[in-house]
Ligand binder design. Structure first.
Ligand SMILES: *Cc1c(COP(=O)(O)O)cnc(C)c1O
Length: 413
């Protein structure tokens, strides 16, 4: 490690001390909530027993559902290892709520890219998108980085009850816009519920446990996320969850399995324990990822690169973007992150033509769980301004090492 980098790292930790203390306080509060729920539901080893077949009366599965609901301030929830990804969970939620003739109204720019084909705004017709089933799509964009509440109110009043789902993505994801805070989503929920019967559905991916409340605690009817991100705590092997009002979760449950049986079936096949353990770790693991993000922002700002959010800005998700301005820097960055990973550290990431993207994409991921992004990972399209999206870090120590190795690779250029 060069003298220059060691000095920057030291300065970073001094400058970030107050922010790190706040992150620890949020983790403390969320850990307390998780432990309270485990205690209230009397979690014991018997909850980890696998079920097979239909999975009727799987006590571990049903109890974890209750724990998620309690911790997230929701009436009900379900968590299933068989939900294959965040997109799958989001599709379950949307198909569960929307009917022919309804409108899906996205109020914070467009939803995550992988939902385009679910909604039917991209891709050929006839494959069973929401549009194929007669669900229309409408969108409002953020104004100066904030929800455009007057426009949203006017649209809700104009469309009446045809708008069945008001959809909001909490994290900026790959968009060039700020991440929304839980307070901002709460304000949206109050407005929607005052003028309409629509469900407020939140794509909560990357947001869980970054604040002390989730959107369901401030009025959202449904939140949806992935277990290979925040709430899996780096321990869950796969899965997704949906939490929300009793009615919304019941409807999503009918889509998860079949109308009628809903959440009464679904064998846990031995996956329950890692989901419990992951949820136990999640507040702490998210804190590690947040510290890694702040640290990365500080280090790369010191090296002259633009970080969004800035190192000093508070977060409502774990994504850090870094604009490198040159392709070789983005590539070197990913190389350094990869070499700092516990798995596949010897692999050199190369840009490749990923299906569905217009430019080559480079990715760094050396994870225990395939594609997990609560573990330190980075990716970015090879196009100006050569931005890397960085997230995760199971431990701050390993995150810090990964960031410093990435900085070293860039300084070598
Ligand atoms: C990760 C993510 C999703 C879902 O992605 P999958 O790769 O299908 O798990 C959706 N929305 C946001 C904001 C995300 O970050």
């Amino acid at each position: 490690m060069t003298e220059q980098l060691l000095k920057i790292a030291k300065e970073a930790e001094t400058a970030l001390a107050d922010i790190f203390a706040d992150i620890d306080a949020v983790s403390m509060k969320n850990t307390e909530k998780v432990l309270d729920a485990f205690r209230a539901h009397r979690v014991s080893e018997s909850h980890f027993a696998p079920s097979s077949g239909y999975g009727y009366d799987d006590k571990g599965r049903d109890t974890l559902d209750r724990i998620y609901a309690d911790v997230f301030g929701a009436e009900a929830a379900f968590v299933r290892h068989g939900i294959a990804s965040g997109t799958h969970a989001l599709a379950i939620g949307l198909y569960g709520l929307l009917r022919p003739g309804d409108i899906l109204y996205s109020v914070a720019d467009k939803p995550y890219d992988t939902l385009d084909e679910v909604i039917g705004t991209v891709g050929e017709a006839g494959r069973g998108s929401l549009r194929d089933f007669g669900v229309d799509y409408m969108q409002s964009d953020l104004k100066d980085g904030k929800l455009n509440l007057p426009e949203i109110k006017a649209n809700l009043e104009a469309c009446g009850d045809r708008i069945k789902v008001v959809f909001v993505q909490r994290s900026k994801g790959y968009l060039d816009r700020p991440t929304l805070t839980v307070a901002e989503i709460g304000e949206l929920c109050r407005l929607v519920h005052a003028v309409s019967k629509a469900f407020v559905v939140v794509d909560n991916c990357y947001g869980e446990f970054t604040e002390t409340l989730e959107p369901t605690a401030v009025g959202a009817d449904m939140i949806i996320g992935s277990l290979i991100k925040n709430p899996g705590g780096g321990m869950a092997e796969s899965g997704g969850y949906i939490a929300g009002s009793a009615r919304a979760v019941e409807l999503a449950g009918y889509r998860l399995t079949a109308v009628g049986v809903g959440l009464e079936i679904g064998a846990s096949l031995g996956q329950t324990k890692s989901m419990y353990r992951g949820f136990f770790y999640a507040p702490h693991t998210v804190a590690q990822a947040l510290k890694t993000a702040h640290f990365a922002a500080y280090v790369f700002e010191a090296l002259g690169c633009e970080a969004v959010p800035r190192y000093s800005e508070r977060r409502s998700d774990i994504i850090q973007t870094l604009r490198f301005g040159a392709p070789e820097k983005l590539i070197a960055f990913c190389k350094g992150i990869q070499s700092g990973s516990p798995v596949d550290s010897f692999v050199t990431p190369e840009p490749w033509d990923m299906p569905g993207y217009n430019d080559p994409v480079i990715m760094a991921a050396g994870t225990f769980v395939g594609g997990s992004s609560i573990e330190l990972s980075a990716d970015g399209p090879l196009r100006p301004p050569y931005t890397a999206f960085l997230q995760g870090g199971l431990t701050y120590e390993s995150g810090k090492i990964g960031i410093l190795r990435a900085a070293e690779e860039i300084l070598k250029l």
